[in-house]
Design a protein around this ligand. Structure first.
Ligand code: SF4
Length: 453
């Protein structure tokens, strides 16, 4: 068999044992991949490594790339049980994962034992925010327990049909600040560019549930709407930061993303481009070498990744984040505080400390927005403050996100902190530390500030 793999193409995740390489020819790659899967230990626990098929879209020659991808035990046993005939090449192909999303009651019942509540909710559903779960992410769900945190975040409940008076389809008032349907210009120097209404997995608490996953609106139709938004950004020289979101921008093809990023990079006043995505957590196979080759051309490029729970921190996701970090992309996390899912100090500590190991800096913890049908997900604001108090001082400051409320009506993100300042004593400011002990700081210059007024 011919070995057509160059040294540059042979990529191994760091800190992992050497796995056996396969020598594959183009003709029999799919079969060979299964036969040579190897075993090893990853930083996230036992995992074995599967070769990755090169993204063929960007190459006219039918070459295959051989790389090693980790596969955690949970994923392996799910595959064996529910997708026994699917090859490693198919399973790790992000397009296969997208084509094979679990989107119907029948699909769901094949991989989960649904409760009556879940079944009825799916039967009643109409409109946007349908069920959609990648086979990869379905493997992380508990087959029997409808209350498992990850399962609750992506499988419908009849509670979604309960609308509370304080809820609103557009709680952040984005439409008020939208000069175009796919552009939000709220802050002076930056815009939110909604490049697709499509996500690989739909979160049941999505802030943009009014618009994501609308049936009949295929992601392919969106580039036609990009021109006006790009023209708007070009003609507003105060915009120095563009955040691409949606939907999930990383569900676009490499070519589309490349064209979009190229257009934005040509605008002289756009200094920073950011991408908001949940893909590394729900579809890690999307982070291919060919995607990395696209992204690394458009620095400074930042990425905010939506994580919900430490169960998402698999060997596969670690590998995807490692590729992004190795490409020089600063990674931050965004997490929505969700009742019964992650509203617990220990869970949040595990999540944020785990993210640090993946080189993802915990960035924002959001109070859940009052979107229609999400009252069962919302916690009190006090719960978020308690979690921050339980993190600050108990773990490294890098692992403590900003707790924010995105103010209803368009007020933007407002940070909230537990009360660490407890008063003054003369010139001294009195403060409480993370253990509740009181300390004072001689704030003598405060008087000068007052005099200077
Ligand atoms: S990934 Fe983001 S945009 Fe998509 S459904 Fe989840 S929260 Fe909404």
């Amino acid at each position: 068999m011919e070995n057509n793999i160059s040294l540059e193409e042979q990529e191994q995740p760091p800190s992992t044992p050497a796995a056996r390489f396969v020598t594959v020819s183009n003709a029999n790659v799919a079969e060979s991949l299964i036969d040579f899967a190897d075993e090893g230990e990853s930083p996230q626990g036992k995992a074995f490594y599967t070769p990755e098929v090169k993204d063929r879209q960007r190459s006219s020659r039918p070459a295959f790339r051989r790389t090693l991808l980790p596969q955690s035990e949970k994923i392996a046993s799910f595959r064996k049980r529910f997708y026994p005939d699917i090859s490693d090449g198919q399973w790790t192909d992000w397009r296969w994962q997208l084509r094979s999303r679990i989107t119907s009651l029948k699909d769901l019942e094949r991989v989960l034992r649904l409760s009556d509540d879940e079944r009825n909710a799916v039967l009643r559903h109409q409109g946007p925010l349908p069920v959609s779960i990648t086979p990869y992410y379905a493997a992380l769900l508990d087959v029997d327990d409808p209350l498992q945190p990850l399962r609750r975040s992506v499988v419908m409940s009849e509670k979604e049909y309960h609308i509370s008076p304080e809820e609103s389809a557009d709680p952040l008032g984005e439409e008020h600040d939208s000069p175009l349907p796919n552009l939000v210009h709220r802050y002076p120097d930056r815009v939110l560019f909604l490049v697709t209404p499509f996500c690989s997995v739909y979160c049941r608490y999505c802030t943009r549930s009014r618009m994501v996953g609308r049936q009949h609106e295929r992601p392919q139709t969106m580039p036609a709407l990009w021109g006006a938004a790009i023209h708007y950004i070009e003609s507003h020289s105060e915009i120095r930061d563009v955040l691409l979101s949606g939907g999930d921008p990383l569900t676009l093809s490499d070519n589309r993303l490349d064209r979009l990023l190229q257009r934005l990079r040509r605008i002289p006043h756009v200094e920073v481009i950011r991408i908001g995505s949940k893909v590394p957590a729900v579809l890690p196979y999307r982070i291919t070498p060919s995607l990395i080759n696209v992204l690394r051309r458009y620095h400074p490029l930042y990425m905010s990744i939506h994580f919900t729970h430490p169960d998402e921190l698999t060997a596969e996701t670690a590998h995807a984040c490692g590729r992004l970090a190795d490409a020089g992309i600063p990674l931050g996390s965004q997490t929505v505080l969700l009742k019964g899912i992650n509203d617990d100090v220990q869970i949040m500590r595990r999540l944020n400390q785990g993210l640090m190991k993946l080189r993802v800096r915990p960035y924002y913890l959001y109070q859940c927005d009052p979107v229609p049908g999400t009252s069962h997900f919302r916690t009190s604001v006090q719960k978020g403050l308690e979690i921050i108090a339980g993190l600050r001082g108990h773990t490294s400051g890098y692992a403590v996100p900003h707790f924010v409320i995105d103010a209803p009506g368009g007020g933007g993100k407002i940070p909230l902190l537990p009360d660490y300042v407890i008063g003054r004593d003369g010139c001294d400011i009195l403060m409480r530390n993370y253990e509740g002990q009181v300390f004072r700081y001689p704030d003598t210059l405060a008087a000068n500030d007052e005099e200077g007024k």
